[in-house]
Ligand binder design. Sequence first.
Ligand code: SF4
Length: 372
Amino acid sequence: MGSYGIYIHIPFCPSRCDYCDFYTLTGCGQLFEPYTQAVIASLQTAPLPGGSRVDSIYFGGGTPTMLGAGRLTALLQALRQQYQVAPDAEITLEANPVALTLPMLQQLRAGGFNRISFGLQSSSAGQLQELGRTHTADGAAQAVALARQAGFLNISLDIMLGLPRQSVQEVLDTVEFCARQQVQHLSAYMLKLEENTPFAARYTETDIDEEVQREIYLAAARRLEELGYAQYEISNFAQPGYASRHNLKYWNCQEYLGIGPAASSFLEGRRFTFPRDIEAFLSAANPWQLPVEEGPGGDWEERVMMSLRLTQGLCRTDLLALFPGKAGEADALWGRAAPLMSAGLLTCTPERIVLTREGFLLSNSIIAHLLW
Ligand code: SF4
């Protein structure tokens, strides 16, 4: 039996960023305690049996640090009582680089959190304002320094690529800023205009120049590599030994339990997701009756799709070990991949297909072409 991941969604933020469509609420301090207790109570009826081995726990959001160190460590303690958390488990907390103090970070570290992920997005004051972020680059640098002082030795920063009017140089400045903070991990996501967000009202797809986005992505990835951050997935880069176990569980189709409104799970071959409704989660006698079934997970298409997001790519031996009857389909897939090599979109050997960075930029259409 393998080890599981656990994701806890904390759906609270101090304010709403203009580009964000995550399920998160503002101005709901009165819900912090009932929500903490509801998550703890939900463990008693969770579909992951008590005593299961867990090697990755991720508190995401939202802004989990809004709950305060006491509630966050109580949640982690409840997980430890319910599950067999591996001594070397990766235990991540997402954090906004504002309103963090050294005592709070020390309490979180002492409570068992060993990885922290800050949403920086940009080191440019103008872009932070445009995104609706409330922190400054200096504030983020200070938060990283405090986290390190508190004993966090595995720190990640999120940055955003391809904002309207963003230049290659601005992104490179942000990348250099991150490297100066000596963080171990970086996630660099391309901006997506999400429906019903202020950003989607302000901009249309035509405001985003695809050629500039391409240049930004390639320049950022190249510079990150020069600075010692190896790319391991389309949007993720890490110093050696610091690839995120939580992230890799998703892309390797390993099973995990997600708790809280909007959280998804993949357990016993089933995928299911809680509705985006905190009231329903708080008032349910058994919240595990709320999730919506999303069908089987880890099938052929999903394995191909997820593997091709990774820089290690799709391995024929691994694929056929999982699907021994599909050698013919693998031949067909490899046959469709080979001609894309000359366009520089992927490399293809009899054993492995790996997308290049140019290929990552077109990953959705390449994967669709290879599968169907
Ligand atoms: S802090 Fe994160 S989750 Fe909250 S609104 Fe901003 S982007 Fe969304």
